[in-house]
Ligand binder design. Sequence first.
Ligand code: AMP
Ligand code: MG
Length: 417
Amino acid sequence: MNLDNGCGASDARKSLSVEEARRIILETLSPLSGWERVATRAALGRILTEDVVAPCNVPAHDNSAMDGYAVRADDLSADSESTLQVVGTAFAGRGFSGIVGKGQAVRIMTGGVMPMGADTIVVQEVARLEGDRVSVPGGIRRGQNVRRAGEDLAEGAVAIARGKLVGPAELGLIASLGIPEVSVARRLRVAFFSTGDELASIGRPLAPGEVYDSNRYTLHGALTRLGCELLDMGVIPDRPEALEAAFRDAAAASDVVLTTGGVSVGEADFIRELMERLGEVSFWKIDIKPGRPMAFGRIGNTWMFGLPGNPVAVMVTYYQFVMDALLKIAGLDPLPQRPMVPVVCTTPIRKLSGRREYLRGQLFAEDGVWKVRSASAQGSGILRSMSEANCFIVLNESRGEVAPGDTVDVQLFDGLV
Ligand code: AMP
Ligand code: MG
């Protein structure tokens, strides 16, 4: 494993672009093995480890796409009205058991199985029923409004490829195939702790100079949403023995260890020394704001991400580097493309070139047009800015200042499904 890319522990002065850091991380990681069988409903939010193959045709039978009449195209005149005798009805789930003979039609509902002999559906809107006789206009196309067996999925076809995250559509699709259970990757075990002598856990008053540890709560939320099994190890003081014990315990118990704090210049040397003994970890400076320092590597078989301490920097680095890394380890394949949407920015933004900045933005509609403004407080310690935002405004390395009216890229916090 080469994590250095010319800027490892031996040379922490060079810095990496966001893209380089992401590339190194994603190329270095490999998916876990380990899977379990779960009932279809319980697969929500899990990653499939086997293709879901259609055990039957979907739909299983030729059936009607509309309410109307099942007829034989040969009985119809091309350019004038034809009159047929209605000999029965086919409902969805209760078909017509006879055969449609010459000059005959069967009343049929949407989803009703095509009666034997019939090959075409005439929609009820164009048909005229009088007693047991139905008249249909000319110009009806053979096979019209018939859904063919296997049209959605042929028996044996891959309905969902392995590596896919199961969402509501996949649950429904699996159920539509009559499959009661599927194989999914085992949940990723993630251990995490906060480092810092100044940190207090909630539930007791703050001593002078202390701050409450928020990072473990943010990470608890983000990791829970990702479906990980969590091991919250609390706050670890900036002492080598305590940190060493925490790293050893965390690595022994998990697939991934996440830490926050203690990777900035000054503090990093401390953890770096420890990492040289315990594992293979590189300390990076990344051309990103917020979140410049970050550590990445492994301790034994466990991956390790050392995030910065600032609460907003934790969220930015988590979402830009760690989340997709965890998804890859968990077996997601392919990783999702994360859409960047260009919109007009209504506020000025100061920006230094040479690094990528992630500002907290508020996307809003004005006169039917979507625009974005930057959240008022952008300090990397101000979590409220994340709470009030609904997107990141992403300003690339080469970008300079933003004037009101300029177009910027945004990355939405929420997806629909
Ligand atoms: P560090 O990266 O350890 O130098 O921390 C940078 C800043 O983030 C300092 O002001 C810390 O007090 C703050 N910080 C670090 N960890 C946490 C945490 N878990 N919760 C809230 N603030 C933190
Ligand atoms: Mg610290």
